[in-house]
Design a binder for this molecule. Structure first.
Ligand SMILES: NC(=O)C1=CN([C@@H]2O[C@H](COP(=O)(O)OP(=O)(O)OC[C@H]3O[C@@H](n4cnc5c(N)ncnc54)[C@H](OP(=O)(O)O)[C@@H]3O)[C@@H](O)[C@H]2O)C=CC1
Ligand SMILES: O=C1CO[C@H](CO)[C@@H](O)[C@@H]1O
Length: 387
């Protein structure tokens, strides 16, 4: 139903909790909205910590009981910003209470759970969106427009690398991201999920994969306290139960070949989320470490002038950029989240479907799982296509 306010319940208040809170706070100031978000309630397990967070960030209420909080008549949208193991239970409860659902990536820790989530939101008839936030970097949205307009022709190669180095120190202590029961997988699902989504967005569906994963550091200091990505060491050690790195090749339904590498053990690479796409008429390259820049090579340029040109996606007619600062003024990490909740709010207010939705989330899970199947069988694995 079209409505002029959107009451939000956020679950999780650390890394993504902050990223989403700043987005909900700012979106109505920079964008013209058909419904105004109201920051109703933020939830977590630690009541005192979530209470302080609510006060600092302007949430009306806080709760250490997300089940009770999201069931309230006051809530229209449940925003899930917790580790992957909790996404399915939370999304199913939200859908059962007829709330729209916005969920962090990866949609779930398994394909089976992702499918259950998709079925639940479809049955409830609520809007659903998964936060593949990099789609909303203006340069990536621009790349999509250029590919759809035929600027690089038929796509032949998709080269994705998502490299970080925050786990290179063997003394970095455990947190939930290194446990299979909370994270599902390591770099594979955490970073690989973003690359798979960007590749699907820009180059279409993946049909078959072959790949492997590796854990280089198999034991780490136990977790003391942790806050987002950082942690202090506690007593003793704990076994790491996820991969440090994942590597796979892909065949796309449209005929392209792809390669995907994800690791948290690449010294010097901080958030090196890079994609290069080569087509019959040109190439596009983007890396998050220079997120405003899109490199474009066109075979249509005069021969003497051919070369990669750098497009700064900061002009008024570039996607999202015109709602922010005057031309040429850079956007950062936080803006992408605000761009996401802008689209989410407008879809809910107008009754349109959101994108990427839980079908996209489940399709990404299918690719991640096919890589696991391939690793077990030692051969190419077909990717299940999710209707
Ligand atoms: N789109 C993107 O670019 C990014 C996405 N992510 C994704 O966001 C999600 C969250 O990651 P991140 O914010 O980094 O994680 P953090 O560890 O920073 O925060 C997790 C939050 O969830 C809460 N929480 C954990 N378990 C539960 C539970 N069972 N019930 C209620 N609250 C719970 C924690 O609070 P408490 O301990 O009090 O319960 C904490 O506030 C993950 O799915 C991750 O993959 C992460 C980073 C970037
Ligand atoms: O985009 C991202 C940046 O890095 C984080 C830590 O590895 C990821 O969880 C996340 O999805």
């Amino acid at each position: 139903m079209p409505q002029d306010t959107l009451n939000v319940a956020l679950i999780g208040y650390k890394f993504m909790g902050k990223a989403h809170s700043q987005a909900w706070l700012k979106v109505g100031k920079f964008f013209d909205l058909d419904a105004q978000p109201v920051m109703k309630v933020v939830c977590g397990r630690d009541g005192a910590a979530v209470g302080e967070f609510a006060e600092r960030w302007g949430w009306e209420n806080s709760s250490d009981n997300w089940q009770e909080a999201i069931a309230s008549d006051d809530v229209d949208l449940v925003d899930i910003s917790t580790p992957g193991a909790s996404h399915c239970e939370m999304a199913l409860a939200a859908a059962a209470a007829s709330k729209h659902v916005f969920c962090e990536k990866p949609l779930a820790n398994s394909l089976e759970e992702s499918k259950q989530m998709l079925a639940a939101v479809r049955k409830a008839g609520v809007k659903h969106m998964v936060n593949f936030s990099y789609r909303r970097c203006p340069a990536i949205s621009l790349a999509k427009q250029m590919i759809d307009a035929g600027e690089i022709g038929e796509i032949r190669h998709v080269r994705c690398t998502y490299l970080q180095d925050w786990l290179v120190d063997p003394d970095f202590p455990m947190n939930w991201r290194m446990r299979a029961e909370s994270a599902g997988s390591g770099a594979h699902g955490d970073l690989g999920a973003h690359s798979i989504d960007m590749a699907r967005y820009l180059a279409g569906e993946i049909d078959e994969v072959v790949g492997t994963k590796k854990t280089f550091i198999t034991e780490r200091p136990a977790e003391g306290t942790s806050d987002g990505l950082t942690a202090t060491a506690g007593e003793g050690t704990e076994k790491v139960t996820v991969d440090d790195a994942s590597l796979f090749l892909a065949k796309f339904a449209g005929g392209a070949l792809g390669s995907f590498e994800a690791t948290r053990l690449a010294p010097g690479r901080k958030n090196h989320n890079r994609i290069e796409i080569n087509g019959s008429k040109g190439s596009l390259v983007w890396c998050f470490e220079s997120l405003n820049e899109l490199e474009f090579y066109s075979t249509s340029d005069p021969g003497t002038q051919q070369g990669f040109r750098k497009i700064l996606a900061t002009e008024g007619d570039h996607p999202y950029a015109g709602s922010w600062w005057p031309p040429g003024h850079m956007l950062g990490y936080d803006h992408t989240f605000t761009n996401v909740v802008y689209d989410l709010t407008q879809c809910i207010a107008s009754g349109k479907d959101c994108s990427p939705d839980f079908q996209d989330g489940a399709q990404c899970s299918a690719v991640l799982e096919a890589v696991n199947d391939s690793e077990k069988s030692g051969s190419w694995a077909k990717v299940e296509q999710i209707a």
